[in-house]
Write a protein that binds this ligand. Structure first.
Ligand code: NAP
Length: 305
């Protein structure tokens, strides 16, 4: 029986594990992929003290730190089920094993949104991808479209513009919501065209992506010829496991937590992109802060019970 079970191998989960380890809690941390969404950050730029670090490098360091403690057990596996037991909680993993713990920290992050237009599913992996910063490298000298107006889309367009011939940034509004730093980076690139107040109606192709169809013409045509489409329209909180325990959600569907990162179920805490915390501001810094608070709260809970 572990003191704390942490689900999620991203910034929030690993920070929680580091704090839990230093509180001398026996800690089990599990997830499907080391690094989580943090892996998709080509340049982080706002992790204090590190002017120049990539998401994968930062996440590798988090993992190394968390797993350096003897009282941290790390496992790559999918958690199929979470149950309440008489003495705490039980995780059932996809290899059939089960792990018991006294407290749980949910840190599963979020899942990328899909556009839901014709052609998206058909050309997924054949030109349609959901991580511009991960996949831009494969489009050297080609034309691509990045869809969205937030940090992921605008950062993705800036990275893609370094290798692609032409980048269309397609956003449904006149204003981008991304951090001005990234907007300036994109504006400085002569090979980026802003296609604003336009929605993608269909992804076109024949075996692989050949273009996108817009809801309104842009510069006289309602289709843009592209070889790749990076869909970066945000992400939804991954609450399937916390739903199994009946943890409450906020009106936007995020795992509801209080200032101690406690959920509505005693002994269960949340941290990172899936929670209602930090004003829904999903950053490395806020995920790390939430992970630290969640581990501290798990420690207090164990002392009190
Ligand atoms: P986001 O901030 O939620 O932005 C999603 C964008 O996609 C919005 O511009 C939204 O349009 C658009 N959109 C949503 N649904 C759409 C649809 N069905 N069709 C067309 N457009 C659609 O998501 P994100 O950019 O992935 O960022 C998520 C979080 O991660 C944020 O907190 C962000 O700050 C953080 N992040 C930070 C960095 C960084 O700091 N370097 C990098 C990446 C992500 P509207 O504007 O009309 O809503």
């Amino acid at each position: 029986m572990f003191d704390v079970l942490i689900i999620g191998l991203g910034c929030a989960g690993y920070t929680a594990a580091i704090y839990a380890a230093r509180y001398k809690l026996s800690t089990f941390i599990v997830g499907m992929e080391d690094g989580g969404l943090g892996l998709t950050a080509a340049e982080v730029g706002n992790w204090p003290g590190d002017i120049d670090v990539t998401g994968p490098d930062l996440m590798e360091r988090f993992k190394k730190h968390a797993t350096s403690f003897e009282n941290v057990t790390h496992k790559l596996a999918r958690v199929e089920k979470v149950d309440k037991t008489a003495s705490g909680f039980r995780l059932t993993l996809d290899d059939g094993s089960s792990i018991d713990g006294k407290t749980v920290i949910f840190a599963m992050g979020s899942k990328k949104r899909h556009l839901g237009v014709p052609g998206e599913r058909e050309f997924s992996g054949k030109g349609v991808t959901y991580c511009a910063t991960c996949d831009a490298f494969f489009y050297r000298g080609k034309d691509v479209a990045v869809i969205g107006g937030g940090d992921s889309a605008v950062e993705g367009a800036a990275i893609a513009a370094q290798v692609a011939r032409k980048v269309y940034l397609v956003h449904r509004r006149a204003q981008l919501r991304a951090e001005p730093y990234w907007v300036d980076r994109v504006k400085a690139r002569s090979n980026v065209t802003f296609v604003l107040e336009r929605q993608v109606k269909e992804i076109l192709g024949d075996g692989k992506v050949a273009g996108i169809k817009l809801d309104k013409p842009f510069e006289g045509a309602d289709t843009l010829k592209v070889d790749g489409v990076f869909i970066e329209i945000g992400a939804d909180p991954a609450t399937e496991l916390s739903d199994q325990l009946g943890c409450k959600k906020d009106d936007r569907g995020y795992l509801l937590v209080d200032e101690a990162m406690a959920t509505s179920v005693p002994g269960v805490f949340g941290a990172g992109d899936l929670t209602s915390g930090s004003n829904h501001f999903a950053q490395f810094t806020t995920a790390a802060g939430e992970g630290a608070v969640a581990a501290n709260s798990a420690f207090s809970h164990l002392q009190e019970h």
